[in-house]
Design a protein around this ligand. Structure first.
Ligand code: DX5
Ligand code: ZN
Length: 216
């Protein structure tokens, strides 16, 4: 079990102290949401945030959730910036492009993840599985923090777990709190992204402890 806080809803002007507090609470991976204003109707961070992050926190894993249909420009940029994991959306490019960029990540020794939006069937994962280190199932429609977990995604987590037969970790992202995390865990998820639940209350250590306890 791993908790990967999404810094999307952290205090942008105090990111370093927010990340430091989460690390002190035991966090070893951060989920960095990259939104391009085109694939999703919102804008967030760029590669410089990732390079600054790795300079300040070299031992902490930087997981990039790329919500963009411009892999040509952004995948090399985030690899160059030092991302440890890059997760690509199935819906953002053709299957040929997806194969190309997953291979690119494998060749650059950056862990590759494949992300499925809520309406994309789990079955598409099979052919890409050999190139993946992880699968990310969106439990909200991508674009914004603070949304509600979509209950129908529980069955999709189970289906994905059966399909992959435990070969790859299943991560969930969107609307994760102490209750929904338990439901997702029971269905087979082992990596939990949480944004507003962890950063929205100004008590990161307490929130990390509560989520950790819920998943014990
Ligand atoms: C949504 C993002 C999520 C989200 C998580 O597009 O990928 O990472 O910000 O935030 P919460 O936990 O608030 O749903
Ligand atoms: Zn995300």
């Amino acid at each position: 079990m791993l908790i990967a806080p999404s810094i999307l809803n952290a205090d942008n002007l105090n990111l370093k102290s927010e990340i430091t507090a989460a690390v002190a609470a035991g966090i070893s991976r951060f989920h960095i949401d990259i939104m391009d204003g085109h694939f999703v109707p919102n804008l967030s961070f760029g590669p410089q945030l990732v390079s600054d992050f790795k300079r300040e926190f070299p031992d902490i894993t930087a997981e990039v959730h790329l919500m963009s249909d411009n892999p040509e420009v952004l995948v090399p940029a985030f690899v160059e910036a030092g991302a440890d994991i890059v997760e690509l959306h199935y819906e953002a490019m053709s299957e040929a492009e997806l194969t190309k960029w997953l291979t690119y990540l494998n060749d650059h020794h950056v862990k590759a993840g494949l992300v499925l939006s809520p309406d994309t069937p789990a079955a598409v994962l099979s052919e890409f599985a050999p190139k993946l280190a992880q699968v990310l199932l969106m439990t909200v429609y991508p674009g914004f923090g603070g949304q509600k977990f979509i209950p129908e995604m529980t069955a999709k987590i189970k289906e994905t777990n059966e399909l992959l037969q435990g070969q790859l970790p299943i991560e969930v992202d969107g609307g994760i709190n102490a209750e929904t995390a338990k439901v997702a865990q029971a269905a087979g998820a082992s990596v939990f992204v949480a944004g507003s639940y962890l950063f929205g209350k100004g008590q990161i250590a307490k929130q990390v402890a509560e989520l950790t306890e819920a998943l014990r």
